[in-house]
Structure formats: C-alpha cells, structure tokens
Design a protein around this ligand. Sequence first.
Ligand code: FUC
Length: 763
Amino acid sequence: MSSSTVLWYNSPAKAWTQSLPIGNGTLGAMIYGSTSKELLCLNHDELWNGRPKNTVKEGAPEAFKKARDLALAGKLHEAQKEIETNFHSTWSQAYMPLGNLEIDFEGKGRVKNYRRSLDLENAVASVEYTQSNIKYKREYFASYPSKIIAAKFTSEGGKMNFAFGLTAKLLSSSFVEGNTVILDGECHGENNIDNESCKRKYVEEPEMRGMRYRAVAKVITDGKTRTVENKLSVSDATYAYIFITSETSFNGWNKHPFLEGKEYIKPCMERIAAVENYEKEKLAHIADYTELYGRVNLDLGEGKGNLPTNKRLVAFKKDKSDISLITLVYNYGRYLAISSSRIGSQPSTLQGIWNDRITPPWHSNYTVNINTEMNYWPVLMCRMPEVNYPLIEMVKELSISGETAAKGQYGAKGWTSHHNVDLWRLSTPVAGSAQWAFWHGSSGWLCEHLFEHYEYTNDIDYLRETAYPVMKKAAEFYIDIMTEYEGKLVLAPGTSPENTFEYEGKSCCVGKYSTMSMSIARELFENCIKACNILGIDADFAAELKDTISKMADFKLGSDGQLLEFDDDYPEVEIHHRHVSHLYALHPARLITVDETPELAKACRRTLERRGDNGTGWSLGWKINFWARLLDGDHALKLIELQLRPVKSIGINYTKGGGTYENLFDAHPPFQIDGNFGFVSGITEMLMQSYNGKIYILPALPSKWQNGKVSGLLAKGGVIVDIEWKNGKASSYSLEGKGTFTVILNGKEETVTLTGEKVTFNV
Ligand code: FUC
C-alpha cells in the first residue's frame, strides 16, 4: 500500500526540512531534488568538534555535600546557587555537518511531470521530471554493507550535462583526482565554551586541533568528464553514477582525534576505488535494509495516497480520515531508526545523523534526560535489536567515563552521567542552570535500555557480560549518594528535568529530592535484582538492593490528586511544562500500572490532565506512550493527531508547540528526531504491550481504528506477535516464541505455553 510506504512531492525542496533523508547509520544525506541545482547535504556520524578532555569540576564533591545539606535544611535557593556556582562543569561538544554535494544541471525549458519521492520499503529516494522532451531520472540510496551513498542519473530522449563538486562549512579544501572529487576537512578541536565556539577561528597547535576527514564523490558515466577547477563536469551522458563515501580520523571516544587519530585517507580511497556496479550495490542495499524493515507490517486502513505528502499533512488538519498517513509516519520512524543507527555506527543524536549547521540546536548532541532514550524506544518492540547496538556501545563507554564523574563530582563509587553526552562521552554536568544540568538520572535510565535488550532477546551471555556489570556499577553510585531524610532514603538534592516550582516566592528547580530520580533508581535496583536471580550471582548485592528499596521514600500525591514531582506539593510555575518526568514510573518504567497500582495510575492520569495535551514534538510523543500505558486509546490518538499538525519548514517558530514538517521530520520545533520515534513506540504500545511475562493484545485501541492488522512485533521474552482486529475488536492473534506467558485481551487473562512454533488464536 504505497499510501503508507511512500513520501512524495510535486516540487523540489526549498528548505532542509522539506528535503528527504537517506542514511546507512554512519553516512547520511538530505536530498533536495532541484532540477537545476541539486543539493545533497552530507553527514558522517563521527564528525563532532572537540576532543577528549577532563571536564570534572574541581571541588565539586564538597559543593555537592554542601548543596545537599542546604536543601535538606529547606534552603533550596541557596542549594541551587551552590550547585550552579561550584558544581557545574563545561558544555557538550556539537555534531557537525560534513558538507554538500552540489550538482549543477544544464537542462533548459519548462519542467513537467516533476515527482520527488522516498520509498520506505526499499530505502530508495528518487527524482523524476521531463524538460524539453527529455525524461530525467535520479535515484539515491545509502548502503550499509558497502558504506557508501550511491546516485544514478539517467536521461531518456536526450543527453545530460552537469557539473558537481563538494563544499563544506568546516575548514576544508577540495580538488579533483581522475574521476573523483575529493574534500579534506577538519572540525574544531577547541572545546565548546558556548554555542558560538564553532564559529571561532581554528587553532593551529596540534593539541588543540580536531577531527579530520576525507569525503569523496566518484563518477562513472558514458559521457565525457572534464576537470573544471575543483569540480568535475560531465557532458553528453545518458547515464552517470556517483558514489560517495567518507572516513574520519576518529579513533575512539578517549583518543585525541588529531594526535592519536586513525588513518582515514587510505581506507576512504580504497573503498571508493572498489565500488563500480550501481545495480549490484542497489540489490545488496535493498536486501540488507528490507531484512530489518520488513520484519514489521502495520495496516490501519486506507488513506489519501493520491495527494503529495505535504498536501496530505495539511488536509489531515481538517479531515482526520486519512488514517494511512499515521501508518506512513509510523513506517517512516522505523525507516529513520534503521537509517540512523546500525552496528558500528554512533547512536542517533537529537537529529539522527542529519544536520546541516555548524551551530545546530542544542549542539545536536545526546540529550539523555528524555531525547536519546526516546530515540530507542521503538527499536526492540519493532524487532530490531541490531539497531539498539550503538546505544549499548555508548552506554558501555559512558560507564567508563562516568566513573570519573561519580568520583570527581560526588566522591562516589560506581558511574554516573548527566543530561548531555557527546562523542567524547561527556558524563559531567554541563554549565548553566541546575534545571537541566544538575541531574544524574541518565546513567540509571540508560541502564533500563540495557536490561530491556536482554528482556526482549533472552540473550543471557549479553546480560552476564555486557548489561549487568554496567547496571551494577550504576546502582552502586545511587546507593552511595543516598541519604536519610525523615527516616527514608532519598537522592538529595533533586531536580526534575527541566521543571521549576515556586518556593519562597521565587522560581526554584532544586527540591529535596525528585520523584523521577527516585523512580529511576528504584527501577534500576529492581532490574539488578532480576538480573542477579537470572544469572544466579551476587545474592548479597541483591539483598542489599532489596533492603535499600524498602527504605526509599515512596510516591506522594498532591492536593489535586496528582503524582507529586518533588518531595512536597510546591506550586507549579509552568503547569503545562513540556517534560512529564515524574511519570517515569508509568512510562518507560513499569513501577506504576493500571492493573497493579490503580490508585497511582489514577494520579498519573490526573497529572497528565493538569499538564494538558499540548507540548513540543517529543512531549506529544511521550504523551502518546503515557496514554497507551493508561490503556486509553482514544486519548493516545488525540496526541497522535496533534503531532501530525503541519509545521512550516521556513522560519523556525520555537513557541507554538510541536508538529510535523513537510518531510515528516518531527518538529520540536525546530527539528528533533525523538518525536518521530516516540510516535512509533506509542502506536506500538497502543496495539501490544509486554512486561513481567504478560502480553497485552490491543490494550489501547482507539475507537476510530475499527479494522486493521499488525505483524512482527516483539514482546518481552522474545515472542513475535501478530494481531488482526475487526469492528474494533481483536479477531485473531498469533504468538511465536518459547515459554509460558499470560495473554491479556479485553481485560481477560489466559495462560499460554509456547514451544517455538507459531500459534494462532482465533477470538
Ligand atoms: C531537553 C528539552 C528541550 C529540548 C532539548 C534538546 O532539554 O527540555 O525541549 O528537547 O532537550
């Protein structure tokens, strides 16, 4: 059904968020599709500025202890001041754009039958049009097996003339060698002191220099090629293939990219020399990609595939019957996950791997107080554990750099990290307000992803060797910094990303403790206990964790029946704040559920009602997931519909709430990819949820989704789930896996034992 698998437009992109993304996890391109000046904005996921650096703030452990004493004595403003003055360190580094492939086409005359599209089933983008009776076609894909981006240009009824070159915003030079254009570039090595630092002059001292890279674009054509300065011109061609690749000097998160950089020119040149056959590359790419993408299939019903995607989005604002637009954005999210995260690549940033600016919003870094985690929410439930690996690798590395943060910032055992991470595995708190910077919850939250990878895959070796050691060290940190307050153990002081409250007549962000940090620690402890039991190890540690949990401060309810965000019922400063951090226990954790803790679930509902539905892109995305966990499909659908609000691609409006750009990128605004991924996990959880051996079939199906089917989802325990529904009710479902599970459908529980074969249940 192409209405849910193809994005298409009848005009070229004028803005970046109208252009179409392709990617192989490492290399990315945004394709504009102009008939006269084609533009591919290129990225390589290792191109970050900066270098490894000790970022620990001297004297921080004393400041932490002082702030803790102040906070517990009720001096919250003073605690905040102490943290901001004496605890915070330096900014994260930023993700940089590689450069552009610019192609000038000579064609003249009126353009007819223009179509630009992205086929999600094959991960191939194309541009087609007719000009002076010549039919032009361009095709693009990014291959994971060959580590290249490939383009094919053809003309029918006449010949093509064009010239192409590589340019970059970073320090660079370009030249031609044979049939290849070469660009050598360099990122800033100076630490990002502020958002503007990447605009500063390059420093020449080797110690201060940054990442270097080479990018190449080679042409194979039946036309004539000629070097014109640093460009290649191609004339009288009926076909031309352009292959692009790039390598960087990145040699690991703890190696200086200049002084200890790896050899990058030779592998780059060898790779480009080896690639010759476009059709062979395309077949290998499609086989590789479809193996992942094809695992899940969603059908929510027909829609308006005859309208260009941008017009569809506008039409949806008034008429929500175009249900396959929802499926298209769902499929697009899975496409973006595969395209931005593959084994061996870096994890996807705030913008996946696509960024065209040297001052990207929020440094296009890993913001780990919701955003990076959201990027990975759909990955396991959509049966793509391979796509999860870059995140796992990053957490492993962070657990090493994070030991320095635990010791240097808190004088504590174990490891921790704060709200920003970068290529150099920054784990210390950044500068600025405690509202975002003073938050040690990411180490615990990221460990949830480690444990879930085991829960979905049953890979016990991975649990023993990779996940558990990192989880254990993260738990040790929290145990070590816990302190007693009113007879209970708390993590003091505490912030709740990135909210404030009113205290003594002024806005404050540091509480005695926060519900989110307590929930993260509690969940981590519970997961560690489960891991100890599964692995049959560390019984003493498991007992210590159990004992700690029993002494921890519990959830509290406020005067309006809401779940409290901090230790007390402080008045909110911004009641509709975009973060809903205190509901971490409802989602992504499962400490609060409708079945097992109905009173707390009711308080979560009240909290969401008070926060309101509106929010930034990712905030809407998170709320889909919350409402799915509250088993309210109609409310979840309301959030889906809000997230599909069209947002203008030209002129960023930071204030009006989230939506979707013409290329279906999620709009915070500006573009942030997390919303695309929260959308996918939210819809998946409306159709299927799983935890603790339970599998929920259609737990939050909205009444508007009367007929449909989904196949290939993954439930915890490694069970593949297919579901079909008719007239708003499940008509059949299939399970394939091993073990005994409780299936919950229409509020009824049934125990099923699976032996590996696919079993179908008719309802
Ligand atoms: C968090 C959010 C912002 C933004 C930034 C990248 O700090 O509060 O809204 O998404 O991350």
